[in-house]
Design a protein around this ligand. Structure first.
Ligand SMILES: *Cc1c(COP(=O)(O)O)cnc(C)c1O
Length: 400
């Protein structure tokens, strides 16, 4: 949080009491910087406010947002209940010291090799994404004569207001089983009967950067009605409901931030009432925050190199990274802010575009930003960029 954490010392930004000038000298740029205290506070906020007397609650970190070993270890230490992992993220979480019973296995195309690995490691549960995947899983479990807890990912068909690439619950989404599809019940029927599967409940995730609580309430209502209906139809009781993540958070100075405390409290009260009204006994309710745990807590630091005027738009300043360390502006138009971290005391009298150094025209970090006069070797910091940046990074153009 730039507002209260970053201090100004001779016009140079400090993060957690350390000058970014020193960080750049010691570690070189581009540099991902995370503030451990902010991560701790954020984790605590989730754990303390998503709580109920009526059922057990779990905060499951969506590992993909930032899967650094040290940070996974911290979140584990800060009492994050579980870790949502895809593919080799399971390996990374185990390496970070997370117990296998705290790992949930996600993904829309889990390979046989990955499933075998997860089962052999005795992870906590697998979220089944399709009928085909269920067949593959059944074959492996029968062969090994093993039983495992599973959730089924359903698609509640809630079109959350966010970018198309981060919506996950449209009718044509690649994720989960659509509740309006007649086949979904038949597939569930098969899984209910399966002796190698302990089918504990449902999972849904409606998309990312969703800032309006109403969408989560709509999701909750649909999932509750659906669960109730399936329980009655198949005469079973499910203990778990997982609402996924996607809680929006501030990505630039103009963005509104989610009021997390009230958001979580409000959601809990809503769920308690909803379960009571529907006479649904849920033992375990979980959510899966990714970016809302790690995005505002991190930033990326660059050094400025060349500058250029073009025939149209604002002059460009180039940084020593770009889409290789943050692909989100290019991929789905994510808007970030920038500051000149070594010139905090200077007046912002120039409007620039900030470009990266990669061989792609779309490698623009921001289209318009007011900064002080920029010179070669100045430090440019992009705040609120801790999520889906390092984890989506590449070595395109062989940038180190
Ligand atoms: C990506 C994802 C999340 C986390 O999304 P955020 O927007 O980072 O909170 C949670 N659950 C599932 C299944 C996901 O795919």
């Amino acid at each position: 949080m730039l507002e209260n954490n970053f201090k100004n010392n001779k016009g140079v930004l400090e993060i957690g009491g350390v000058s970014v000038e020193k960080l750049a000298q010691k570690y070189k740029t581009p540099l991902y910087i995370y503030d451990q205290k902010l991560i701790k506070d954020r984790a605590k906020c989730f754990v303390e406010n998503f709580k109920s007397e009526k059922f057990e609650t779990e905060i499951i970190y969506a590992t993909k947002a930032f899967s650094n070993l040290y940070v996974l270890g911290l979140l584990n230490e800060y009492k994050i209940s579980s870790f949502d992992c895809v593919s080799k993220e399971i390996f990374v979480a185990l390496e970070a010291g997370v117990k296998s019973k705290k790992i949930h296995f996600h993904g829309n195309n889990k390979t046989k090799e990955e499933l075998i690995y997860a089962i052999d490691k005795n992870i906590s549960l697998i979220i089944i994404d399709s009928e085909d995947e269920y067949f593959l899983l059944r074959e492996i479990l029968q062969e090994k004569n093993k039983k495992i807890d599973c959730l089924i990912r359903i698609n509640p068909d809630v079109k959350a207001e966010t970018h198309k690439y981060i919506q996950t619950s449209n009718a044509d989404s690649k994720f989960g089983l659509n509740i309006r599809d007649g086949n979904t019940e038949k597939i569930i029927g098969k899984i209910v009967e399966d002796e190698n599967i302990n089918f504990v409940g449902f999972h849904a995730h409606i998309g990312s950067q969703v800032k309006n609580l109403e969408f989560f309430k709509e999701e909750a209502k649909i999932m509750t009605a659906f669960t109730k209906n399936i329980q009655e139809k198949f005469k079973v009781n499910f203990s778990h409901l997982n609402f996924g993540g996607g809680f929006g958070c501030k990505e630039n100075f103009d963005d509104q931030d989610l009021d997390l405390v009230n958001f979580l409290k409000d959601l809990i009260i809503f769920m308690e009432n909803l379960f009571e009204k529907n006479k649904l006994e849920v033992k375990n309710l979980s959510i899966e925050p990714g970016r809302s745990l790690i995005s505002k807590e991190g930033s990326i630091l660059y050094r400025i190199g060349s500058q250029k005027k073009t025939l149209e738009s604002y002059p460009l300043i180039f940084v020593d990274g770009g889409m290789t360390d943050n692909i989100r502006p290019g991929l789905y138009g994510a808007k970030y802010s920038a500051i000149l971290a070594n010139k905090l005391d200077c007046e912002k009298n120039q409007t620039y575009r900030v470009g990266g150094k990669l061989c792609e025209s779309g490698d623009i970090l921001t289209e318009k930003v007011k900064l002080p006069n920029a010179d070669r070797d100045d430090l440019l910091l992009v705040p609120y960029s801790g999520a889906y940046t390092f984890s989506m990074s590449s070595n395109y153009n062989k940038l180190p």
